[in-house]
Structures are given as structure tokens and as C-alpha cells.
Design a protein around this ligand. Structure first.
Ligand code: GTP
Ligand code: MG
Length: 249
């Protein structure tokens, strides 16, 4: 039924991001392609198999004739859902580093309705700082491994929960994350300087003099795109995420 492929050659995507942003909800939606089931906070990574919806054509199938049986075949993909809790984030870094086959892409999920720099009573860190510092660390890990990659790695920032009326519009999500990552980068650099361990390679973008924007990572073979959507609410919005995935298949 699936194209004859060994499991190791099925395209694999890492799904990471802060706790409660909706990673498991998105992965479940991708798996079932219906509205989501109840999720629980994740404590270990899980890999699920999904297929590209027939309405979304992968880039490799795009030029095939519709009568070509290969074009009708289901395109499988694997999604590695990781826990977002600060103490369990090593699972995501392990998945980044110990890849037997290179990842096809990374999906970093943020809650667009929880990107305020104000800390909520039940939180020890604001939603914005938490999301930005985790994303900073993922991007830095990718910067450090850039020499091992033959082609650019794509990272999707999935700005989830767009159905919530307090959600930031996607254009602002990009700006606030870039601004907060810039601040995180400066704080880290100051820490490194006082430790006497400052190294260019430990600084995201390697040059503090250049304003931080996601574009600066292109030099290190990392291409970031921010796209909004939601897997709950009256109208689910996942099409643009699927298009991003399909372009990498
Ligand atoms: P961890 O496993 O703890 O890292 O969290 P997670 O990122 O997997 O979050 P999960 O998928 O469990 O979702 C967290 C909460 O957000 C749940 O209560 C979901 O119902 C809710 N949620 C997820 N996606 C959406 C969405 O698009 N819109 C709304 N309104 N709620 C959502
Ligand atoms: Mg989860």
C-alpha cells in the first residue's frame, strides 16, 4: 500500500517546542486527519506514522501524471513527538544529534496565545521567554552541526492555537520571537564572557553585532518559516503546515 520503502527511508520530522503548545494535538491531528482527541502531557518521545493527505501533493509527486499509479500511492512520513517540559527537553536534542538518517525537517510548536512577556501566576517563566530560550537552544544546536549537513535543514515554527481570540497574528509571532531570541542570545553571551569561555561558535549567528533575525541562520544551512494554524476550535487550520511538510517530501 505504501510505496515500497524501508522504514529507515521514510521521511522523519522532529516535533518539539514548549510544554502545552499543542505538539501532541498536532501530531494526533496529522495522524488521524480529523479533529483531535484528548491529549496528556508527554513524558517520553513517541513516533507516529502519518500519510500526506491526498489533497496535498508532495514535491516529488507534483510532476507525475495523475494516471501514474505512483502518484496515487500514499506518501508516508514519521513524526517524532517529544515532551516540552524543561526537564525533558534532552529527548529533542538527542533526536537532533543521534539521527541514523537525517531529519527531513523540524516542527517547533509555539502557543500563539501564550507569547506574552508577562509571567502568569502559575508559571515560573513567561510563555515568551520559555518559547524563545528553547528555540534559541535548538537553533544553536543546528548551527553547531551545520558542517555535517549536505543541504539546508528547514525548521517550521508552527504558531498554534490561532482559534484562540488572544492569539498573536502570525506576523507578530515572528517578530516577538526574533526579539526575545536576540535578548536570550545577549544574556547567554554575557554569561559566557564572565565564565571566560566566550567562543564565537557558542553565539547564535556567531556575530552579536548583526541584529538577530531568523534569516541570519541561512548562512548555517537552517531555513526558518513561521506559519499559523490550529487543531482545535470551529475551523481547523492545518493546510499551510501540510504544504510546508509536502514541500520536503
Ligand atoms: P507537552 O506534551 O506537555 O509538551 O505538551 P504538548 O505540546 O504536547 O501539548 P498538547 O498537545 O498536549 O496540548 C496542550 C493543550 O492545548 C491541550 O489542552 C490541547 O487541547 C490544547 N490545544 C492544542 N492545540 C490547540 C489549538 O489549536 N487550539 C486550542 N484552542 N487549544 C489547543
Ligand atoms: Mg505532548
Amino acid at each position: 500500500f505504501y510505496r515500497a520503502k524501508s522504514p529507515s527511508s521514510i521521511p522523519r520530522f522532529l516535533v518539539c517546542g514548549p510544554s502545552n503548545s499543542g505538539k501532541t494535538a498536532i501530531v494526533t491531528n496529522f495522524e488521524r486527519q480529523t479533529s483531535t482527541a484528548q491529549t496528556h502531557t508527554s513524558i517520553e518521545p513517541t513516533t507516529i506514522l502519518a500519510v500526506l493527505p491526498p489533497s496535498t501533493r508532495s514535491s516529488s509527486a507534483r510532476y507525475r501524471s495523475l494516471n501514474d499509479p505512483q502518484a496515487q500511492a500514499l506518501q508516508p512520513l514519521l513524526l517524532v513527538d517529544t515532551p516540552g517540559h524543561a526537564k525533558l527537553r534532552r529527548h529533542a536534542f538527542t533526536a537532533l544529534e543521534n539521527s541514523t538518517s537525517p531529519l527531513s525537517g523540524i516542527i517547533f510548536v509555539v502557543d500563539a496565545a501564550n507569547l506574552s512577556s508577562e509571567r502568569r501566576d502559575d508559571e515560573s517563566i513567561s510563555g515568551l521567554s520559555d518559547s524563545a530560550s528553547y528555540l534559541h537552544d535548538i537553533l544553536l544546536a543546528l548551527q553547531k552541526t551545520s558542517a555535517t549537513r549536505k543541504k539546508p535543514l528547514k525548521l517550521l515554527v508552527a504558531a498554534n492555537k490561532m482559534d484562540v481570540f488572544t492569539a498573536l497574528p502570525v506576523s507578530m509571532v515572528k517578530g516577538v520571537l526574533e526579539g526575545e531570541i536576540a535578548r536570550t542570545r545577549e544574556t547567554r553571551a554575557r554569561g559566557l564572557a564572565t565564565d571566560g569561555a566566550e567562543e564565537e561558535t557558542d553565539i547564535l549567528g556567531e556575530d552579536l553585532g548583526v541584529k538577530f533575525r531568523f534569516d541570519v541562520l541561512e548562512e548555517f544551512g537552517v531555513e526558518v518559516e513561521v506559519i499559523g494554524g490550529n487543531v482545535e476550535g470551529d475551523e481547523l487550520e492545518t493546510e499551510k503546515w501540510w504544504d510546508w511538510v509536502a514541500r520536503l517530501l
